[in-house]
Design a binder for this molecule. Sequence first.
Ligand code: NAD
Length: 286
Amino acid sequence: MTARIIDGKAIADKLRGEIAARVAEFRAQTRIIPHLTAVLTGDDPASAVYVRNKHLACEKAGIGSTVVRLSAETSQTELLATVERFNRDPAVHGILVQLPLPKQINPQVILDAVTPLKDVDCFHPENVGRLVQGRPRFLPCTPSGVQQLLIHEKVPVAGSHVVIIGRSEIVGKPLASMFMQKGMAADATVTVCHSRTRDLVSITKTADILVAAIGVAEFVKAEMVKPGAVVIDVGINRVGEKLVGDVDFAGVSQVASAITPVPRGVGPMTITMLLENTLTAARLQG
Ligand code: NAD
């Protein structure tokens, strides 16, 4: 079997076009320009690329975007004051604090300080709580991007066994919660695996849909995948000059029925869902 390649870039482009049209309509009706402010602290080169891509995507969709750059020496108090300034600014609808933060700053303190109505990453406990209860205000960007890929690819999710490798607050945990809700690309039976899981392969082999969010290059091998499974690779790992996922693409695409590549898989969807959330935030505050 050679897997169908799920073209995340094409799906993301289509969705971004639809979002841009809704942004234009919202702007015409309300005279409000949805605005995202990203705070980039320190000089991590990957973070700078992510923030730049988010900024360009906003501009293309008709969403205002500001990038605030703070030095690697910024104190927690200073960053907190910056977040609070944007919390109070009525022209800013979404606040994104790019992670990771320099080591002198506790990310939890900062993320908790973002006012829930502007929390377009869906990290605030109030928004996470709403998500778990099945009444979300925002959907977290990467998990929501994964669900959108499955919807666009018409992958049946209801009743299927979804196995997620990784239990992070950003990907694994919220994605598991979303897959177990009632609704589109949901109603699944969900298993979450992590670094302490015993006999991982025996579990991954039973997945109809396998999601890898581990952060280890090419961790998922063909022998871990059930023939015909759909494999979603969230991982982004730099190996030399190349970006590779958490899935051994060459091997696994011989076994799976469909697979996301890296790059051009989940990555472009994450930014797309951020645009969606910024529009939602503007509607909520408009
Ligand atoms: P993380 O480091 O916070 O979590 C990794 C998870 O993998 C942990 O829960 C850990 O228990 C699990 N894990 C580690 N080793 C394991 C093992 N041997 N067996 C089973 N489980 C194991 O990572 P994260 O923030 O969720 O990111 C995961 C990957 O996804 C990274 O490569 C990251 O760059 C990428 N990522 C991509 C996007 C995107 O937009 N495509 C967004 C967020 C993260």
